[in-house]
Ligand binder design. Sequence first.
Ligand SMILES: Nc1ncnc2c1ncn2[C@@H]1O[C@H](COP(=O)(O)OP(=O)(O)OP(=O)(O)O)[C@@H](O)[C@H]1O
Ligand SMILES: [Mg+2]
Length: 596
Amino acid sequence: MKKNDKKGIAWLLEIAGSHRILVLMACLLSAISAILSFAPYICIWYVVRDVFAAWPDLSAAAGVTWYGWLAVGFAVLSIVLYFVALMCSHLAAFRIEKNMRKEAMHKIVTLPLGFFDQHTSGRMRKIIDDNASVTHTFMAHLLPDLAGAVVMPFAILALLFVFDWRLGLVSLIPVALSIYYLKQMMGGDRAGTVQKYMDALEEMNTEAVEYVRGIPVVKVFQQTVYSFKNFHQAILDYKNWTLDYAFNCRAPMTKYTIALNGTFVLLIPAGLLLIAHAPDYQGFLLNLIFYILFTPVCAVMMNKIMRLAQGYFVAMEAVTRVTELLDDEPLPEPAHPQQPKDHSVAFKNVSFAYQGSEDYAVRDLSFKIPEGKTYALVGPSGGGKTTIASLIPRFWDVQEGSVEVGGVDVRQMASDHLMDQVAFVFQNAHLFKASILENIRFARPDASREEVLRAAELAQCTEILDKFPQGLETVVGTDGIYLSGGEQQRVALARAILKDAPIVVLDEATAFADPENEYQIQRAFEKLTANKTVLMIAHRLSSVRNVDCILVIQDGMVKEQGTHDALLAQEWLYAEMWQEYQRSVEWKVGKEENYV
Ligand SMILES: Nc1ncnc2c1ncn2[C@@H]1O[C@H](COP(=O)(O)OP(=O)(O)OP(=O)(O)O)[C@@H](O)[C@H]1O
Ligand SMILES: [Mg+2]
């Protein structure tokens, strides 16, 4: 994906695509509508003038009706144009919002997994979802108004000076003062406020999602929101920030409002003073009436501009956050992708540390799985087994050494080609809220129903499908249809079987100790791994007895390696683990006998 060099409105126009013209139309129409909205005031001035001229014989004021209708005509035209402008801007805004979400979603899949460690899902949702909505409001409503607001001051200035420049000047003083106070409110140490506001909001959002996720734990341990210190702190921070801001703005906001609404305090005395020296008494009174009628419009305009400015800053900050996300570095792709020669997997002096972590999770690790062989990783929890496995499909890139598939560094392979080569079954299988068919087909969207069914059978899912009347079409995660952990693992295996990739990486689930499930999963494993190059992470040693080689992983290093028998003969780590395992099995069997 190309890097964005456009920012703000320019970028929004770019992603509007062909709807860009609608944005421009909306701005143009809104500007014309804004200018037209002043025309009725001029018409009314003419009405008042004619009435004055004809007074007391009103029948002589022939133009009054005509000007009256003209005023109505201009007002209606202005409203209609504004309405059309909003229609155009809404059409464009929906398109922009859609494209923004789409771009962000496309981008997310290209990012290395490490990115998601730093950006929790709450933060991501805020960045994409909320900012797209803010942008929608901006494009649909604020931008056309902004176009109007840009031409309005010119029109107002022209009108203010056309009738009587002295009264125009007097009317301008409060406006100038209010602009000064507005600047005071927005400038100085309040610069970057929007940024801080968004930061506080984002933080609160992130912590809220974290909190909701943790509710089961909160309930079980009978804790309250206060025990979620970060969430509580985020709410307090937000509250303090908003209160601080509101108190800070109190004085300038009061001055601003007083200045803006104090026009008459200046206008009326100035009018009285000037009228005494006016050669044309009637004409001057007429102008004064115009200014009395018109100056409140200035106040409305200023308030509108203030609201628009606020909206503008919020929207631009929102856009910046999305473009920053889009600018994040994707996993680098090789300039000249290479083809692997076979389906072997090799680690060569690999060292890897998670971002922000001082300790290496994998240290100077070397081993090679020849094509078609099955290797197993065993070892204590936190030893680095899952980390090692995730380096093969490039969930992260190594810092030192290289991971090779078929003799080619995985960083030198095109990422889609690499993904075609590897099927990965995670420790915690994730099923989407969709039918079982779709969940399995996710591995290969072009697979036929029969192929999916066959994969499901091989993965021992038949019994699951029989449980539900809709079979493969059963939607999981809704209407009380939930699969147990072991069942989910089998559906995930069906997915991997359907993918039929030459290299299989299995992170065995620990939780499903019930013997029936274990047996079923074991059989599904066998179907999946036949004739494949396999790296399996085993938590139950029973599953590794027959593999070609067992690697004992501790502290990110291979401590011992060999076949089951060879390792037992060494009487070291693996032998100890095996004895432990045997004891636990005996303990379990013993306990079950006690129940009888
Ligand atoms: N996303 C992550 N970010 C930072 N550190 C991590 C991350 N995942 C794992 N670690 C750390 O890396 C080390 C190895 O973890 P890993 O998950 O690879 O262990 P494991 O051998 O798979 O453990 P288990 O048998 O419990 O699944 C641990 O110390 C862990 O704290
Ligand atoms: Mg693990």
